[in-house]
Design a protein around this ligand. Structure first.
Ligand code: PMP
Length: 434
């Protein structure tokens, strides 16, 4: 018997109300309504509890309602909330901290509110700085839903029937090695999709390329990680072609992959690094890390955002960085992530339906297929697993080009025993399908 029959009565009532009043355009989720959460555990409005593999979509990196984070926010809310472009101690000291924490060439920090705003700003600034207007992005990529960010999307689902997108956007294949677009493998391909960039540019560019934008791992496309060395070769390609390099760390930053920033794995030095999600651990905030030599082209007043860098967001981020240091959460991400990846790869070898498992630190994807030989994606099996996980007390969500990847992204405070319990649930559910 499953642990819960869902939705519970209070959840059912609120889901009905949501269907009636919220328009239904957000993504499908497990059938329960969150009431409160602590650390790695969510409690729904009916009192059922779930271990969280979503971090409220890769946001609550210090865990839900971490007392120190909550106290910092409460304290700031009672002191000062919004002076717009006036400097505040919270914003200025945070900018310094961000410059010190990110790659050495990134010596300017511009605060915003959402991830889309940060990627959008990077592309706009790249155009203004270079005087060129073209942007190259990658198949499967996701950079947000505002017009510029959407135009860089590499998934039709993000831009379907919103056309025309901005002119000057061109796309090239991403190394989705499990489903290689060139039908080869990383050990023998010589990074074919990277050398193919030259063909893409030759065929599609008018010679006005300003920047390349890429996620260091693709989140929305299904947690797809490029092979080692691929990103640094892309960075070299950008330098050789006089193209600015935008590394979209909105999702991959703040300890998610077992380093504070994923750029650290290959010692990357992008010209822009948009950062979001985990930076506020639940408080809406983002920033764009870039270079002073680029920002110097602007006259005062050319860039701003009403709530960007507000003191509440900045206080929240200061607390996140303090908690990371005190509780060694980035190290925890690497350590527990390794254990969970091992458990899930073991499951892949036992199950007929787990086609691929990949990840770094506390972000992994489990890709479900109807048949391991043909790799036919299976939404149906994916959703059977998702629903069964909810009934067993594990909160997960679905992403992927084919809607067939379950995200594994718990808060970075997850303990060994929570990791073990949650992997046990996933194993029980998946093996129950055989
Ligand atoms: N870039 C990446 C890599 C993302 O994953 C997201 C959000 N999923 C965004 C940009 C957009 O962020 P937001 O939803 O905060 O606008």
């Amino acid at each position: 018997m499953p642990r819960y029959t869902l939705p519970g009565p209070k959840s059912a009532e609120l889901i009905k109300m949501s269907d009636e009043y919220e328009g239904g355009a957000t993504s499908r989720q497990q059938p329960f309504v969150w009431d409160h959460a602590e650390g790695c555990t969510i409690t729904d409005v009916d009192g059922n509890t779930y271990l969280d593999w979503t971090s409220g979509v890769l946001v609550t990196n210090v865990g839900h309602c971490h007392p120190k984070h909550v106290a910092a926010i409460q304290n700031q809310v009672g002191r000062l909330m919004c002076p717009y472009d006036f400097p505040t101690p919270e914003r200025v000291t945070l900018s310094k901290r961000m410059v010190e924490a990110t790659p050495s060439n990134l010596d300017a920090c511009f605060m915003l509110t959402t991830g889309s705003e940060a990627t959008e700003a990077a592309m706009r600034i790249a155009k203004r700085y270079t005087g060129r207007h073209e942007i190259i992005s990658f198949y499967g990529g996701f950079h947000g839903r505002t017009m510029g960010a959407m135009s860089a999307a590499g998934k039709m689902g993000t831009k379907k029937q919103y056309g025309p997108v901005l002119t000057g956007h061109i796309q090239s294949p991403y190394p989705y090695c499990y489903r290689c677009p060139f039908d080869t493998t990383p050990d023998k391909c010589g990074f074919k999709c990277l050398s193919f960039l030259d063909d893409v540019v030759e065929a599609n560019s008018t010679g006005q390329l300003a920047a390349a934008i890429i996620e260091p791992y693709q989140g929305g496309a299904g947690f797809i990680f490029p092979p080692d060395g691929w990103l640094s070769q892309l960075e070299q390609w950008c330098q050789a072609n006089d193209v600015l390099f935008i590394l979209d760390e909105v999702q991959s930053s703040f300890g998610r992959t077992g380093k504070l920033f994923m750029a650290e794995y290959e010692d990357l030095h992008p010209n822009f690094m948009p950062i979001g999600k985990g930076i506020g651990s639940g408080i809406p905030t983002s920033c764009l890390m870039t270079e002073k030599r680029i920002m110097e082209i602007f006259e005062p007043g050319e860039l701003s955002s009403t709530t960007g860098g507000n003191p509440v967001s900045c206080a929240a981020t200061h607390a996140v960085l303090d908690i990371f240091e005190e509780e060694k959460l980035v190290e925890n991400s690497a350590r527990i992530g390794e254990y969970m990846l091992g458990r899930l790869q073991d499951l892949q070898s036992k199950s007929d339906f787990v086609g691929d498992v990949r990840g770094k630190g506390l972000v992994m994807g489990i890709e479900f297929v109807a048949d391991k030989a043909t790799k036919e994606p299976s939404k149906d099996i994916t959703w059977k697993v998702v629903d069964a996980c909810a009934a067993e007390g594990l909160c997960v969500g679905v992403v992927g080009v084919y809607g067939s990847v379950i995200r594994v992204a718990p808060p970075l405070v997850i303990t060994e025993s929570e990791a073990e319990q949650s992997c046990d649930i996933m194993e029980k559910v998946v093996m129950g399908l055989q």
